[in-house]
Design a binder for this molecule. Sequence first.
Ligand code: NAD
Length: 308
Amino acid sequence: NVRRVAFLGLGNMGGPMARNLVAAGVRVSGFDPVPEAVEAARGAGVEIAESGPDAVRQADVVITMLPHGRLVRSAYVGAEGSGAEENAEGLLDAVRPGTLFVDCSTIDIAEAQDIARLTEAAGFAAVDAPVSGGVVGAEAGTLAFMVGAADEAFARAEPLLRIMGARIVHCGGHGMGQAAKICNNLMLAITQIGAAEAFVLGERLGLDPQVQYDVMSQSTGQSWAVNVNCPVPGPVPASPANRGFEGGFMGALMAKDLGLALSALNREGVDAVLGRTCQRLYAAFAAGEGADQDFSGIIETVRADAAS
Ligand code: NAD
């Protein structure tokens, strides 16, 4: 019996997610400081508010889809002491009793847990629900949601998430949605660089890439990085390697997620030689041309290093 959702952060992901809620008949009030994001959302039927707090006053559920954790935290509690008058009121001060908070942003695990504690201390239920599936999944309503929440809060959030996603997994308590996402992307980075190294070695050895693909994709080297996101053009026509690594999952976002993985590795004292190496490689990749290329474009770095 959700009557009204407030949606904060109407960017690349939040814009189409909010649009899908409207299309399913949910009343959505939204806010974003960027005029283009606001205009697109207004056109899709989102009722635009003057500020974050104004967007949430009548809401039953508040969804945030923001670039990083500091912004989520300051939106929730208000930018106290920052001197920014207009941000002084936090969302936690502006909502009605019983409002559910769902943060879909990808943020640090410990920070998500901290934000959930603050939310509960203010008397509200909190859910972390980061996504995978990218802009394409957001537009199609086929995102995968990885959810960290108590059972009751999960049950309240799930019907809404189902409108925006195809796969909703309850991963555990607070922060476990973020934990599942970060562990998956750590593995993904390692396998994508592994695929790049294998194909570059194959090239050096004179192995036909199609033959190499036929072998690896059917044997123990098979993986999403080879079978779907194949880093050489040809064997998988839909992979970004066939279009100069345009589109797909941007290097900048992989670098961001690996930064979050690195802080979790450090906090937990986990060694992870490969994960730390991938984090360094993707940070360098994203600092250059790779920022807005698909992350499988890292094969060009591997190839250049092999040639030097
Ligand atoms: P984006 O930069 O396109 O959108 C974020 C929006 O939040 C911007 O429009 C910004 O103006 C707005 N914003 C900032 N502060 C705000 C505030 N206080 N109140 C309301 N709005 C505010 O980013 P995105 O690509 O939509 O990503 C959002 C989140 O989703 C990130 O955490 C990202 O890591 C994660 N994510 C992105 C993808 C992807 O493919 N883009 C995939 C999975 C997860």
